[in-house]
Each structure stands twice: as C-alpha cells, then as structure tokens.
Design a protein around this ligand. Sequence first.
Ligand code: 1BN
Ligand code: ZN
Length: 340
Amino acid sequence: MRTKSSDRSCITGLVRRQAVRRRFEAALAASGALASMASSLPLFAFVQARPNVPTLSGDSEFDGERSFTDLKRLVSFGPRPPGSRALEQSREFIAGELHAAGATVALDSFTASTPLGSIPMTNLVAKIPGTSSAVVIIAGHYDTKRTNFPFVGANDGGSSAAFLLEMARVLARRKNSLSYWLVFFDGEEALQRWSNTDGLYGSRHFAQELSAQGTLNQVRALILVDMIGDAHLDIHRESHSTPWLNDIVFSAAQRLGYGQYFVTSPRAIEDDHASILELGVPAIDILDLDYGPFNLYWHTRYDTVDKCNPASLAIVARVVLATLAALETTLPSRPGGASQ
Ligand code: 1BN
Ligand code: ZN
C-alpha cells in the first residue's frame, strides 16, 4: 500500500503545500510586527478567526487537563528525535507514569538503519489485561522530527504520547473485556525525507515482532492517534483506514455532538497504521493534519504548547472511549485473526 501511485501524488501535493507553507511561514514570522500594520490585517484576521476551537461540557473519565500537563512535561524535555537524550528522558517519564497507573510496561528496543546511519530506537508497550485475550491496540508516536531549527513537537509527538498516558490511566482503573495495549512508537518521523524506508521505523519493527512472536491472531484492531492536541480540531476520515472502524469512530463522534470536529471528507495519509494494516489487522488513523493557517505549524518551530488545547485531547478521548465501548460488545466473542 505504501507504494501506490495515489500515495505518491498525495506526497507530491504535500511537497507543493510545503512550499506554500514556507511562504506563509515567513509571513507569520513577521506577523508580530505586521499585526500593527494595515497591510497585514487580512492575514492577521484570518489567523485570529480560525474556527473549531473546542470547549468541553459534561464529565468524562479522561481528564483533558491531566493529559495536557503530561504534554507540557514532554515538551519540557526539548526536541525529542530518535536516539536523543531528551527522548530517553521522555521514555523514562512515560514508563514511570504507566507503572504508576498499574500497567505492565515492555520496552521494544532495536537499531534502525536510517539515511543518517544506525540509530537506536525503542517502542514502549503498556499492557492492560481484560477478561478476554482479544487485544485492541491504541497507539501513537512519541518521537519528534529531527530538524535544524528548534522543534518541540507539542502537537506532533507530544499530543499522541500525552493522550496515551491518560488513556492508560482510564483503562487501568476499570474492568475491561478486551485486553488493551498502549503502544508508543519511536521513529515515526522521517530522519531525512519521507519514503518507504525513511519513516515509520517503530511501527514497522513492531509489526515484524508481532508476526514473529505469534501474537498477531490476538490483535483485533489498532486505533492510532496523531496530532490530536490541535487547538483547532479538524479530523478527516483517513481513507487507508479500515472502513468499518472509520464508521464506528465517525458515528460515535456524531452521536456525542462532535460532528464539527470529525469531518467525513476523506484524506489519504501514510502513518504508523499502515505498518499494521499490512498485516491484515483492521486499523484507523485519527489524525488532524490541518495544523495552523495553511498547516504552517506542522513540522515548524510554531508547533508549541500554546497551539494545543486540553479540550481537543478530551474530545478525541470521548470518541475513542465510545468506540471502545462498541468494540467491547462485539470483538471478544468474534473469531480472531488478521484480515477481518
Ligand atoms: C504525521 C505527523 N506524519 C508525520 N508527522 C505522517 C505523514 C507523513 C503525514 C507524510 C503526511 C505526509
Ligand atoms: Zn510529524
């Protein structure tokens, strides 16, 4: 699937968008000064007026503020590319929080062959057993993109890891029929340029291990989250994802009144779910790749805590928890195995 021509045209489109984004980035960099000038008013007004900033009402088991505190803690370690001391510190923090939540934590360490040479990488896998051996994986990445400018990845890398931590606390303190694995992937980002071999290092290694260890037939579905802390939440239906999982997630969002944040127009994105889909396991990518005006916060120095929102994390969590409730009633009694 990773070599399809539709994927390549998607990447070409992205390259073009990146060029546009670089021009707007330059404009935004100047916008502090320009804000006071009449000539900048249209751009400034657009930046100020972007819609879809969620607010929360009602209670939920998932504490968006606690998750946001975790996000800030991860960002405090600084840029977190694979092999860095900051990523090691993130890993120690994540493992400590998972232990405190009562999950069993395994480290899946390996050496990745990258365009920059061999780099040590480590996925973290937290297991929360249920009454059934059927497993649902909830996953995201915790590395940030290696850049030659300051990049702390508050949303891209920070939000997925912070989301998984609070989700682990929720799942560990209740009784579940399904067994849950919370997987924090290392090396999601390309080290140099996104390609079939540069990027998704952690999930590709995890998929290999899953096949080799004979545990694949326990795994019934994977729910991937990525960049879900964006203060302006726009999650599109990712079109490589398994249709029945997309249906459950998007109808849960509608039912909960979050239809404006989960828009059904499709986007095709290659992400860590691709590695798991290749094994025949149903998988979905819940991803917001509309980050900032013209997506200009994505992979730039502007991906900072102030662009994120605890309510976005909590809304995605409510939709994921409603999805799990649906899976809890159907998956444990269904025959297992991949290609479902
Ligand atoms: C998501 C966040 N991705 C990287 N950071 C995956 C991706 C790769 C999305 C290429 C679009 C294009
Ligand atoms: Zn990224």
